[in-house]
Design a protein around this ligand. Structure first.
Ligand SMILES: C[S@@+](CC[C@H](N)C(=O)[O-])C[C@H]1O[C@@H](n2cnc3c(N)ncnc32)[C@H](O)[C@@H]1O
Ligand SMILES: [Zn+2]
Length: 193
């Protein structure tokens, strides 16, 4: 069951997004863009995509960003769970769970959010609002900080997903925070404390 505080803050965030026209405006409707070069102006102001010390490319804050800011929408192709299973089995790391029936494959060039890396101590979080996945700042983010979120992977084959986030509390593997105690307990020699 939904925590009432979480539910209330979620409603507040959605209302704020609509008031700030983040969810409504054409410039933020990433699904209508054709390439990463078409980034909405406010995303361009906030995030630069470049090489990351964690892995490959990453997104970095260009300015101070306030907690609760909608940073970027994670867009892509809506697919069935069966299709998603095939793509995940083919090593596609960009598939995102949308709801009980649908997943989103973010492996498209108009989805720069696909470059955001995972961290065990992230400064952002992925939230689903009415079928849209938004990466939201979960604390104040300073200029130059890499923008990360927890990918919320489950424990299936977690040993194959080593985490290199470098956070002081890095658990050593890319798993959802709820699994940190279990991972630390089951592989204390590998998982960091
Ligand atoms: C959605 S991509 C993120 C963008 C990636 N940096 C790139 O350039 O394609 C997800 C992949 O990035 C890598 N990755 C992301 N966060 C990581 C982390 N904390 N530690 C190690 N690898 C990470 C993993 O290979 C993961 O499958
Ligand atoms: Zn980590």
């Amino acid at each position: 069951m939904c925590d009432p505080v979480d539910a209330a803050s979620r409603v507040g965030i959605v209302r704020a997004l609509y008031e700030r026209k983040v969810l409504q405006t054409e410039e933020n409707t990433m699904t209508k863009t054709k390439s990463a070069g078409d980034l909405p102006a406010r995303t361009k102001e906030m995030i630069q995509f470049r090489d990351s010390g964690i892995h490959g490319m990453g997104g970095f804050a260009l300015r101070k960003i306030r907690k609760g800011t909608a940073l970027i929408e994670y867009v892509g192709e809506k697919i069935t769970k069966a299709e998603a299973a095939l793509r995940i089995a083919a090593d596609n790391p960009f598939v995102f769970i949308l709801d009980d029936e649908t997943d989103l494959d973010g492996n498209v060039d108009w989805n720069p959010a696909r470059f955001l890396n995972h961290s065990c101590e992230p400064n952002a979080v992925a939230e689903i609002f009415d079928d849209q996945i938004w990466i939201m700042a979960q604390r104040t983010i300073q200029p130059g900080e890499e923008i990360t979120f927890n990918y919320s992977y489950d424990l299936e084959n977690y040993e194959e997903h080593l985490c290199l986030c470098g956070a002081a509390k890095c658990v050593g593997y890319m798993v959802a925070e709820e699994f940190f105690p279990q991972v630390r307990a089951s592989a204390p020699q590998a998982a960091r404390v």
